[in-house]
Design a protein around this ligand. Structure first.
Ligand code: ADP
Length: 401
């Protein structure tokens, strides 16, 4: 991207198994555009949006073959370059699912960082390799730019040992078999939004429910993670679009010994065929389940709501009380039904949702004077990555020879 006087910009990348989400920010962290390349590995599509959310049509068309992440990135960059010809990308911030026990904050990628992050692939085999493919593609596209890794696990490194361990022999903990927790970039955004707009609440005890295709909950005390529903992998806790959530490990043993399933088959079952999709037999999409009147859809919603309520009780116990609840993610930000249904069973904990405020989508959902402040806050993982990347840029420049 060149031409005219270069305007420094920051690119954020979130590389999934077959998708690449990206954001282009000014140096002052204003959004220039966000985008998504879908179905990498075949005939895919590129969607670009302006800061307002309005779609921007890329000049070379929306559909084409994306062989790999590098091809997806090249097409995204060509489209961004055509739209913002003066823009010079000085740093790239990456979402990386796993930082292991050692990383409690973002880092600049340098030296053997990529090798160390690749060594964590066995902990997140469905995500980490794709995240690293995104980093490699960005390094070859922008060899001089600072590359920053922002970890989904980092925010939870503050949690105490009882929420970090399983009751396995110690040797496994030493090998890294721990409760890491995920969705940390989303929780960091919510913690920062609370600190800015709800400072008294931010100093208290808050449960954040990140309810999207992936779903988890996090207990915050004074803005720091105390406990979360996801553990070693992104499978635990709440049921999700296609993931099972909490599961007795005995089920896995049963599947191996009596159903003849190997690790790959069990992984496919638990990650891709379970959750809302598996229970309903219809869809992983909450909107479709809300519209459906089949018993399967109703039971999937009932189970989703019940597990949120159970986890809310457990996280409130971890916090020794509760001052606030925040809903975020596609379901948490939009589904009036799920928010109302969750609150219906939680009045004993002081959680109430006012029907009119819920219908208006908040941001405050609880009635005036309620013991627990219930909010909905749209989360923004990209801005967390962009902020961290900007914060680390000067350090890299100072370190450069
Ligand atoms: P991801 O984890 O992939 O980022 P999102 O945070 O975008 O997912 O959330 C996707 C989920 O949000 C889907 O289940 C979708 O049906 C749900 N959702 C979005 N809008 C609504 C709505 N208005 N009502 C109910 N569910 C919604």
């Amino acid at each position: 991207m060149s031409g005219g006087r270069p305007e420094p910009a920051i690119l954020t990348l979130n590389a999934g198994s077959s998708s690449l989400k990206f954001g282009l920010f000014t140096a002052a962290l204003g959004v220039m555009a966000t985008g998504l390349v879908d179905r990498i590995g075949g005939e895919g599509s590129l969607v670009l949006r302006a800061a307002s959310g309005a779609p921007l049509v890329p000049p070379e068309g929306l559909h084409r073959d994306f062989a790999d992440h590098a091809a997806a990135l090249a097409t995204a960059l060509a489209a961004l370059g055509a739209l913002f010809p003066a823009c010079a990308i000085e740093a790239v911030g990456h979402r990386v699912v796993h930082g292991g026990p050692g990383h409690d904050r973002p880092i600049v990628i340098a030296g053997d960082t990529l090798d160390r992050l690749a060594a964590l692939e066995p902990f997140a085999p469905l995500h980490q390799p794709h995240n690293l493919a995104g980093i490699r593609a960005a390094i070859s596209a922008f060899p001089k730019a600072a590359q920053v890794a922002c970890f989904d696990t980092a925010f939870h490194r503050s949690h105490p040992f009882v929420n970090d361990t399983f009751a396995l022999p110690r040797a496994f903990y030493a090998k890294g078999v721990r409760r890491y927790g995920f969705h940390g970039l989303s929780y960091e955004f919510i913690a920062s939004a609370l600190a800015r707009d709800w400072p008294a609440l931010a100093r208290g005890r808050v449960i954040v429910a990140h309810l999207g295709n992936g779903a988890s909950m996090c207990a915050l005390r004074e803005g720091r993670s105390v406990a979360s529903t996801m553990g070693f992998s992104a499978l635990d806790g709440l049921p999700m679009g296609t993931r099972c959530g909490q599961l007795d490990p005995g089920v896995v043993l049963y599947l191996m010994t009596h159903e003849g399933m190997d690790a790959a088959a069990i992984s496919d079952l638990l990650y891709r065929r379970s959750g809302l999709l598996g229970m309903s037999g219809i869809s992983n999409d909450m909107r479709k389940l809300e519209e459906s009147d089949t018993p399967g859809a109703r039971e999937a919603i009932d189970y989703f709501v019940f597990r949120i309520q159970r986890e809310m009780g457990g996280l409130a116990a971890a916090l020794r009380g509760l001052d606030g609840v925040v809903f975020c993610g596609g379901i948490g930000e939009n589904s009036r039904l799920i928010r109302a249904r969750v609150a219906e069973g939680m009045g004993w904990l002081g959680v109430h949702v006012d029907p009119d405020r819920n219908a208006a989508n908040g941001p405050v959902l609880s009635p005036e004077g309620a013991p627990v402040t219930v909010l909905t806050i749209p989360t923004d993982e990209e801005i967390v990555i962009a902020r961290a990347t900007t914060a680390l840029m000067p350090r890299r420049k100072e370190a450069a020879p």
